[in-house]
Design a protein around this ligand. Structure first.
Ligand code: GLN
Length: 505
């Protein structure tokens, strides 16, 4: 069974299509792995083997009936618990939605189903996707498989840990300020934020609507591209969905050739506040790109320094509006409704009991920033900064094809270290946030282990709007070169996985 866990999603899809192995067998192997390691990792909020195996059986039957399904048919996927699912609860990591059964599937969910992917369960996250560590989940933190005392990143930390711990070959995430790329970086896997509007937000519980972007996690670049392709593309149910073809991400991941490509190193990212081991691996990755035939230049993006403060006005503003729907009337928790209290009192008691401290902090911040008299000074100003950041990207992409930076300033930090210090927590997304504000595409691929702590470091590759394929092309080239150097994937070096009972190769 370990053999099945070790295979890539692409290989599993091929074997299932050729009926050399069944979707049920592959699914069972992953369910067994989940049962074995979940007590230590806590990547999942909900696992329901019966529902999952029924999905796998249905795929096997379709294949046996001669149906031609997509390349990932029968392959299991762990699904972030912020996408609605009709057959599993959807909580967004919050007590306010505990046990909620949505009446409809998110577009990402229904596309996973149409492509024949088997949903293994729903993964843990920071409440309403607000955080960088999963410590803001109302259901306890997820642990990093590399070192169980450390965070797996966030907000999609359940999804990154599930893939890094071999509980799933693939998972879904959402990236509003870095919530796919940062968890991918700190768990040594691949995570991609597509172009905003390239993947549908319909049925994704909203955090900040102008930033939220669904995307894939995988242990290698090609698998991420296959999953990206499976659930992306125009959706009539999402008015911000882009009316364009999905960029050729799978082809790009297979191409993996970057001769002549112009790569820009963002001058503003690096230096103070960055862990030396992160910078060392990043500089080596830049040298590697050069050795593979890329032309590397330094590029300045002067407004990037304002991205973090602008994000922490825009995202809370949008969240304060989006989270108004949790009013104890329509769905979810209801507290204090004993016939003596007004609707307003019930709403207030419910929101006080149902939301965690970080969510409340952001609702207050956002309400303040949007209130009359302050709107122009805070929200309006942040929107102007957003335009400056887009202009920096535009200018940069006139000079180069992609930009690169470390994905995160540090490796995975210990659980608890930043829990009481929101500012320190916010810094985890220093390098990822500009891309969210501008709406373009970016990926994180593993580029080695930091010398200080032996933990994974991510290389971020940023591309223009709808240039998602460039991220995969460069990511695949880096991956191939590094795997040749390491004699296998980075995860094969993960000491903690031995403690989780995983025998490599
Ligand atoms: N860590 C960032 C935040 O807390 C980003 C979260 C996200 O991308 N969902 O807002």
């Amino acid at each position: 069974m370990t053999e099945l866990l070790h295979k890539t999603a692409a290989e599993l899809g091929r074997l299932i299509a050729a009926r050399e192995v069944s979707a049920v067998e592959v699914t069972q192997a992953h369910l067994d792995r989940i049962a074995e390691v979940e007590p230590k990792v806590n990547a999942f909020l909900h696992v329901d083997p019966e529902t999952t195996l029924a999905q796998a059986r249905a795929v096997d039957e379709r294949i046996a009936g001669g149906e031609r399904l997509g390349p990932l048919a029968g392959v299991p996927v762990a699904h972030k618990d912020v996408f609605t699912t009709t057959d599993m609860p959807t909580t967004a990591g919050s007590k306010i939605l505990e046990g909620w059964r949505p009446p409809y599937d998110a577009t990402v969910t229904s596309r996973l189903r149409e492509a024949g992917l088997v949903i293994l369960g729903k993964t843990n996250l920071d409440e309403f996707a607000m955080g960088s560590s999963t410590e803001n989940s109302a259901y306890g933190p997820t642990r990093n498989p590399w070192d169980l005392s450390r965070i797996p990143g966030g907000s999609s930390g359940g999804s990154s840990a599930a893939v890094a711990a071999y509980e799933a070959p693939l998972s879904t995430g959402t990236d509003t300020g870095g919530s796919i790329r940062q968890p991918a970086a700190v768990t040594g896997i691949v995570g991609m934020k597509p172009t905003y509007g390239g993947s549908s937000r319909y049925g994704l519980i909203a955090f900040a609507s102008s930033l939220d972007t669904p995307g894939p996690f995988a242990r290698n670049v090609l698998d991420a591209a296959l999953l990206h392709e499976a659930f992306s593309g125009h959706d009539v149910m999402d008015s911000t969905s882009i009316h364009a073809h999905v960029p050729p991400v799978v082809e790009a991941a297979r191409q993996a050739d970057i001769a002549g490509l112009r790569v820009g190193v963002v001058k503003e990212f690096g230096g103070e506040g960055y862990q030396p081991g992160v910078l060392a691996r990043f500089h080596e990755a830049v040298e590697l790109l050069e050795s593979l035939g890329a032309k590397v230049v330094e590029v300045s993006c002067p407004s990037f320094g304002y991205a973090l403060p602008a994000y922490y006005l825009i995202a809370p503003s949008e969240c304060s509006s989006n989270l108004a729907r949790f009013d104890a009337m329509r769905y979810g928790l209801r507290v204090g409704d004993d016939g003596t209290r007004s609707a307003e009192e019930v709403m207030s008691m419910t929101r006080a009991a149902g939301f965690g401290p970080e969510v409340k902090r952001r609702i207050m911040l956002g309400t303040y920033a949007l209130s009359s008299g302050y709107y122009d000074a805070y929200y309006g100003q942040a929107q102007k900064v957003r335009t400056l950041i887009s202009r920096d990207f535009d200018a940069a992409f006139h000079q180069v094809d992609v930009l690169v930076s470390p994905t995160t300033p540090t490796t995975a930090f210990p659980i608890g270290e930043r829990a009481d210090d929101p500012m320190a927590m916010y810094l985890a997304d220093l390098c990822t946030i500009p891309t969210n504000l501008a709406g373009n595409a970016a990926i994180s691929v593993p580029c080695g282990l930091a010398d200080e702590d032996g933990l994974p470091v991510g290389l971020q590759i940023m591309a223009p709007v709808l240039g998602d394929d460039r991220c995969y092309r460069v990511g695949a080239a880096v991956e191939k070169a590094l795997e040749d150097r390491w004699g296998g994937s980075l995860l094969a070096k993960a000491p903690a996985l031995e403690g989780l009972g995983y025998q490599h190769g």
